[in-house]
Design a protein. Structure first.
Length: 353
């Protein structure tokens, strides 16, 4: 049985890999990867740059060309699973963001810059919902950091996942398609209402960034997925949980990150800690989190092999491609096999486009 660990943001640009990894304090991780059996590099056709982890998982579940995330996350977070009949509504993520003023252009800001309290979320959501209702849509908020839009008439838009848009120029990542002008109008009206909003005034007085926009992405209608490639999900990620439920997995097969499930089939975990620092090229933060990944992976190794899994499949994701590495239980015992940071740099270097 295999335990897949999908690590978003773990491949770095090849020209920078040696310099980045030279500062790494991850000797154990280097030995791990050197002992692993290298499988292949996967280009993940059609994946949005910066969201290869979503495309790889969506393809594993038998989804279409572009991952649909919002209706599945909505059901998973609302604990509706796949038991409610589909009403044909279209769902979108509508996440509050900070739009940063860069040197030459506006940028989609960091997640920490748009963290809201429940009270702040209440205040901003009320104005956003008023705008959306004027455009035949409803804002549905399950918690301060889980905002969705429900529409009865499908919006024809092609969008960029928020995780892929962070750190990128705003204009290049905005939705395109037949309803793009309509959405830009909605976005502008929300921004006008939020400009000098009491919530943002109070945030700025406390030295925080204003929340001055929303990010629409992952839209579509819920539909059952054709296959469940994993018997167990070990992740708190709402999208992954929603896909699993739509593929027929029972809620009992879905666990939190620290669980140690039995090896009654393949398992999968999704780790996104490296994704944002990679997007912003904050390599010092990326290295700190790589060290945390090393510790976390060591714990997972003990849990996986102790529970009867015979292989860990590392799915290392970059901006355009995916690299798969296999670590078997017997490989962990080969302490005589040496590894270097040079080897680690090679394994973490994303192939050039």
């Amino acid at each position: 049985m295999r335990w897949f660990v999908v690590v978003a943001g773990s491949l770095v640009p090849a020209p920078l890999a040696a310099d980045i990894v030279a500062s790494a304090r991850t000797a154990e991780f280097a030995r791990w990867l050197a002992r692993a059996g290298r499988a292949r590099d996967d280009a993940v056709p059609g994946a949005t740059t910066g969201a290869t982890h979503l495309s790889w998982l969506w393809r594993a579940f038998g989804g279409g060309a572009h991952p649909v995330t919002a209706p599945y996350a909505w059901r998973a977070l609302g604990r509706a699973s796949a038991l409610l009949p589909d009403d044909g509504s279209q769902w979108w993520h509508c996440d509050p963001i900070h739009i940063d003023v860069g040197r030459d252009e506006l940028l989609v800001g960091r997640a920490a810059d748009a963290l809201l309290t429940e009270t702040e979320a209440d205040g901003l959501a009320a104005d956003a919902d008023a705008v959306l209702r004027e455009h035949e849509a409803l804002l549905k908020r399950l918690r301060r950091d889980a905002w969705f839009v429900q529409t009865d008439r499908a919006w024809r838009l092609e969008t960029v996942p928020l995780s892929a848009a962070r750190g990128q120029p705003l204009g290049a990542c905005l939705p395109t398609g037949a309803d793009a002008a309509r959405w830009r109008k909605v976005l502008t009206e929300i921004q006008v209402r939020w400009h000098q909003h009491a919530v943002n005034d109070a945030r700025e007085q406390r030295g925080l960034q204003p929340v001055n926009g929303v990010w629409l992405h992952g839209g579509g209608a819920w539909a059952p997925l054709p296959r469940a490639p994993f018997a167990t999900i070990v992740s708190g990620d709402a999208v992954l949980r929603g896909w699993a439920l739509a593929a027929g997995l029972p809620p009992a097969a879905i666990h939190d990150d620290d669980a140690a499930p039995d090896s009654n089939g393949d398992a999968v975990s999704l780790w996104t800690d490296l994704l944002e620092p990679a997007s912003f090229e904050s390599w010092g933060v990326w290295l700190e989190r790589l060290r945390e990944i090393e510790v976390r992976l060591g714990r997972l190794r003990d849990r996986a092999f102790g529970a009867g899994f015979d292989r860990i499949e590392l799915v290392l994701c970059g901006r355009r491609s995916v690299r798969l590495l296999t670590l078997r239980k017997r490989d962990a015992l080969r302490f005589w096999r040496r590894a270097s940071l040079g080897t680690l740099a090679q394994l973490l270097a994303e192939p050039s486009a």
